[in-house]
Design a protein around this ligand. Structure first.
Ligand code: ADP
Ligand code: MG
Length: 578
């Protein structure tokens, strides 16, 4: 075949594959256009996962009638003033979004700049452009996308369920609404308002989108090094979620999903929170544009930093410094024992959390001993039990015990307890149903409407897990019961986690198929966290419970909960034996 140039429609379809990966990407591009147009209020409507319909309406500068045709032409943009691509001050600059959407879907633009008597409308469907017609509309622009990917069926096949596309769209709007807190935002999903927020300061915006309860605990963060600034809000180590859904990074007001920043956040919290938990964070990074390349990927959500190490260390240092302040933890760090070179920090659990716990009876502890190693008199003779008698608690995390043959046993208290609770829930379920305990008074919980909708849709299945929730007007649910096995676990934290898990696009599908994963998450809420100081009675009780439950020697994630050091092991380590 001879070499020939591709037809513009084909070129646009190929670009659409990169720019508009899924409905959420179209939503993001349209909202970015509205922000670039200086909108003060942006309303987004999403129907049928954004596949059926997306509508973004703004009150920004509008597109003059004479430029409407250009707006949907590839590589036509009003934004790029620096052709060297160094100082990019707008969210868009590639002139690709509208033509790409128009190639893959039915796109209608209605726009009326200030001073123009009427609005003008242009439509493009599968690349075919309509006439421009006058219509009545207020100042600003409306972009409507229908039947996304109808013209590119190859892409349509790769879409996930409507529910997960919906939540990806909602996440994209939430991220943009955080990036531009000074702009009013409304999101409606399938006809129901998800949020409707006025122009506000960042803290108020974070509170509106993360939920008031958690937002109150957030720690304000501010760090500057040379010309890089990081500011925003992070959660203390005691407030975590089951997914990273409440982590948002903005770089020069652009919402990004940058792996470097996410990893830095993980590193900063690594020693402070249990594995599998995620802090909340809304962070704004300001960096001179010449130290940044945003033109790495057509979706513009990945970046390249000229000095990645400086950014990484500034973020990690800032988070760790702020977590170590009185606002970040309930009290000063309790210990620092320089084991294998890596500093190991442990924070006292807040009084409210310590009050609930494995055994309700808290006994006085020997505070004159180094907190890392407390040694009371053994309660029973060594050897009476398979997992022995607790000798000490190390790092407020591991129980050290000695068994009959003299070997040392180390138990990961958090993993072991989580496993015990999970096995108990599982056994109850298999025996006919998880026992639930009604709460003395039902607990109301504010949450976003889409979270409420997902919870309500799963209410019957959750009831089988011992979790009873019901609707409680707009934007709230009422928690009536939680599994009895969870004791005094915080019902709000539990239901919030369940809502996050239901929204997690990686966990899509009917709840029935995910019951096991959900059960493990629920079990987590009864678990004594790493970092919780245990009384000796509690340690002994945990060991006895583990002996009665043989499967408890690995945690639900397959990691061991028990390690053993025999005499032989010690001799090898000391070089006494070969
Ligand atoms: P880009 O944003 O990279 O310039 P787009 O294809 O997204 O490319 O948009 C093309 C052009 O259409 C923009 O440069 C802008 O001039 C105009 N435009 C798009 N959406 C809007 C809007 N909501 N308000 C005003 N102008 C818009
Ligand atoms: Mg754009």
């Amino acid at each position: 075949m001879p070499i020939r140039l591709l037809a513009p429609a084909t070129i646009n379809r190929i670009a659409a594959g990169e720019v508009i990966e899924r409905p959420a990407a179209a939503v993001k591009e349209l909202v970015e256009n509205a922000l670039d147009a200086g909108a003060r209020r942006i309303a987004v409507r999403i129907d049928g996962g954004g596949i059926a319909r997306i509508e973004v309406t703004d009150d920004g500068g509008g597109i003059p009638e004479t430029e409407l045709a250009l707006a949907i032409t590839r590589h036509a943009t009003s934004k790029l003033t620096d052709e060297a691509l160094v100082r990019i001050a707008t969210l868009g600059f590639r002139g690709e979004a509208l033509p790409s959407i128009g190639a893959a879907a039915r796109l209608t633009l209605v726009s009326r700049p200030r001073g123009q008597d009427a609005a003008a409308r242009i439509a493009v469907a599968g690349g075919a452009v309509s006439e421009i017609t006058p219509v009545a509309a207020p100042f600003g622009t409306s972009a409507i996308v229908e039947d996304l990917f109808y013209a590119t069926p190859a892409r349509r096949k790769f879409l996930r369920s409507v529910a997960s596309e919906t939540s990806a769209c909602a996440d994209a709007v939430r991220h943009l609404a955080l990036a531009a807190a000074d702009v009013a935002f409304a999101l409606s999903i399938d006809g129901t308002t998800s949020f409707d927020v006025p122009a506000q300061d960042r803290r108020a915006r974070v509170a509106a989108l993360y939920g008031r309860g958690d937002a109150e605990a957030l720690v304000a963060l501010e760090a500057v090094r040379e010309d890089i600034t990081i500011s925003g809000f992070i959660s203390p180590a005691s407030v975590t979620r089951a997914t990273a859904r409440h982590q948002h990074m903005m770089v020069n007001a652009r919402p990004v999903r940058d792996p470097l920043l996410r990893m830095a956040l993980r590193v900063a919290y690594r020693d402070l929170i249990p594995a599998g938990r995620h802090p909340l964070a809304a962070l704004w990074l300001e960096i001179p544009p010449e130290q940044l390349d945003v033109n790495v990927h057509p979706a513009k959500s990945e970046l390249r930093f000229a000095a990645p190490d400086a950014v990484r260390s500034l973020l990690i240092g800032a988070v760790q410094r702020h977590l170590a302040t009185p606002a970040g933890v309930a009290a000063a760090p309790a210990l620092r024992l320089g084991g294998g070179g890596r500093a190991s920090w442990s924070y006292p659990v807040p009084a409210s959390a310590a009050a609930r716990g494995f055994a309700e009876a808290e006994t006085a502890l020997a505070f004159d001993l180094p907190p890392s190693l407390r040694r009371p008199a053994p309660a029973a003779p060594i050897g009476a039990f398979p997992l022995g008698t607790p000798l000490a608690q190390l790092f407020d995390t591991y129980i050290l015990s000695q068994i009959a043959d003299g070997s040392l046993v180390l138990i990961d208290q958090h993993a072991a307890h989580e496993r015990l609770t999970e096995l108990r829930l599982r056994a109850e379920r298999d025996a006919g149903g998880i026992a639930s305990q009604g709460l003395l008074s039902p607990v109301p919980l504010d949450m976003a409407d889409d979270d409420v909708a997902r919870l309500m849709a799963s209410a019957a299945t959750l009831a089988q897990l011992g979790v009873m929730v019901e609707g409680f007007g707009a934007g709230a649910v009422l928690i009536r019961a939680i599994p009895a096995a969870l004791g005094n676990a915080d019902p709000r934290a539990l239901v919030r986690d369940i809502a996050d898990a239901l929204a997690d696009t990686g966990m899509a599908g009917p709840l029935e198929g995910r019951l096991d994963a959900m059960l493990i998450r629920i079990a987590c809420h009864r678990s004594i966290r790493a970092g919780r100081r245990l009384a000796f009675e509690e340690m002994a009780a945990l060991l006895r419970a583990m002996e009665a439950t043989p499967l408890s020697q690995t945690c639900p994630h397959g990691r061991p909960t028990v390690l053993k050091l025999t005499r032989g092991d010690l001799e090898r380590m000391f070089g006494r034996a070969g």
